[in-house]
Ligand binder design. Structure first.
Ligand SMILES: Nc1nc2c(ncn2[C@@H]2O[C@H](COP(=O)(O)OP(=O)(O)OP(=O)(O)O)[C@@H](O)[C@H]2O)c(=O)[nH]1
Ligand SMILES: [Mg+2]
Length: 211
């Protein structure tokens, strides 16, 4: 069972995923590795690219609709718009760039502002873990930030295709968990409303009998 907001294409549930992070952290490289199993070793600043890939996660098929966004300031005007439409977010920084780590926290705050009280599925990703000698952000710092975000954390290497699938699969699991919890709550709410209306109806029936 899916919530009313869920979209489908050819019978497949479409998951709208958005990648956020400073320019050059490896959003496009990670996306290309996930979608096409190839590594792009040059930086061609993205304006906005969309990719789709079908995947079976925990025995359930889905279509991942991935929005690879611009990290560079001059292209970030659309940010709030895709923050509104995303169902799940990959917030990314590079372990070799402390500034990108600080920006990750900023991106999370912006999502919260745009989406208010909603629980948003997300994953924090520290990319370029193959560049250990250039590391500026420790694993512990990443873990601490993820704990603050209350979300899973991965150190990845798009270059080595390390943990790439885990990032996307974990995010889909998060979206599904949110969906199931939401449906459960909605069903509970429906049951409660039904019970309340039965109580009210019975009350008026009793009143009528007395009159
Ligand atoms: N060593 C190493 N280099 C990486 C890795 N991921 C990306 N790169 C390199 O980092 C540079 C920037 O990668 P992109 O994927 O273009 O970065 P981006 O986040 O999409 O940048 P914008 O589109 O400008 O926001 C490229 O030269 C990549 O080859 C990685 O895991 N390890
Ligand atoms: Mg890019």
């Amino acid at each position: 069972m899916h919530p009313p907001s869920a979209t489908f294409l050819g019978g497949l549930r479409v998951y709208k995923i958005v990648l956020l992070g400073e320019g050059g952290v490896g959003k496009s490289a990670l996306t290309m590795q996930f979608v096409s199993h190839c590594y792009v070793d040059y930086h061609d600043p993205t304006i906005e690219d969309a990719y789709q890939r079908q995947a079976v996660i925990d025995g359930e098929s889905g279509l991942l609709d991935i929005l690879d966004t611009a990290g560079q300031q001059e292209f970030t005007a659309m940010r709030e718009q895709y923050m509104r439409s995303g169902e799940g977010f990959v917030i990314m920084y590079s372990i070799t760039d402390r500034q990108s780590f600080l920006e990750a926290a900023q991106a999370k705050r912006q999502i919260e502002r745009v989406r208010r009280a909603e629980v948003i599925p997300m994953v924090l990703v520290a990319n370029k873990m193959d560049l250990e000698s250039k590391r500026e952000v420790t694993t512990e710092e990443g873990q601490e930030l993820a704990a603050q975000f209350d979300c899973p954390f991965f150190e990845t290497s798009a270059a080595l295709r390390h943990c790439v699938d885990d990032v996307f699969h974990t995010l889909i699991r998060q979206i599904r968990t949110k969906e199931r919890l939401g449906m459960k709550l909605a069903q509970k709410d429906k049951k409660l409303r039904h019970r309340a209306s039965t109580i009210v109806q019975n009350f008026f029936r009793r009143q009528k009998k007395r009159v």
